[in-house]
Write a protein that binds this ligand. Sequence first.
Ligand code: UGA
Ligand code: MN
Length: 334
Amino acid sequence: MLSPRSVNVKSFRFIVFTTLVIFCVMLGLKLMVNLPEPSIYTVSDESKAVSSQSRQLRAQIGRLKLLLAKNGIANPYENLESLPTIYAITPTHTRPLQKAELTRISQTFLLVPNFHWIVVEDSETKTPLVTNLLAQSGLMYTHLNAETPKEWKLLLDDPQWKKPRGVKQRNAALQWLRNHADPRKPAVVFFADDDNTYSLELFEEMRTTKKVSVWPVGLVGSVRFERPILDEHGKVANWSTGWRPERPFAIDMAGFAINLKLLLDNPQAEFSFDAPRGYQESTILAAVVTKDELEPKASKCTKVYVWHTRTENPKLDDLKGKVPGMIVDWTVEV
Ligand code: UGA
Ligand code: MN
């Protein structure tokens, strides 16, 4: 028979045990709720990569980078040793939209850590507009120029597709990387045309590229978006494109990134004026990778993080002398 004392001890033990369990469950719940903010460099499948707090911090860093550049002070955020560098190669040419486009994308790039912008002007010499814009940008950058040969220059009335764009400029940037980039440091190379729109998620997706990563591109090839089609193992099987899906790599220039090591190991890999129309991407990719080695990003290629936007060329009546009484003031940079 149980004595009243042993009943008491038992119920006491039961109470202590239950209290402990409740305490542990509550502590666990609290820890889960208070988990540290995810690092701004991780990307979850749901693409909720950047918490609002991280976004705010990143915006402050972007603002600080800009302030430091404006005051001629070196940028202390330039290199986090632990993070692969992203080299973005941008060909650019003089036109009324140029400064607006470069301003727009440079201010996105300010919010990307370990970012190195290689801007290559399609011009005989470096222009003051681009020189000043880069110096004031707050970004780590390299400024080059490489003029498209006369026979490959688009004439005023030529349709856009008639000649390839950016060939000489991108090759000049690749040459610069081969001569100057430190092969021991992890880095990824991306071709960032000056007229596209880039989301911050895109850069965190591409940063982990081992060989070549691929993802969808919005508003391109006369369709809402193009993307690699994956097989049941998650490998690229085919291409969903508005145009010439039979290309070896039927993807836009904005739809892939290449690990720097691959470009250094394959010094012959470059763009070519001789490539058939729409084959620039296939030309460089075929030189460094095979289709089955591609790494699909952006939640198995279901998210659009970059758009092939093309800004409408403005109609400028003042330049044609069509605005009575208005004198074109070239001292103001637009
Ligand atoms: C599409 C692709 O998105 C480009 O990456 C590709 O180079 C091009 O087709 C092609 O097939 O050659 P699209 O929008 O038609 O692009 O080309 P643009 O945006 O006009 O030019 C691509 C880049 O080259 C831009 O950064 C642009 O500023 C630069 N560019 C263009 C020059 O440096 N010089 C030029 O005369 C024209
Ligand atoms: Mn474009």
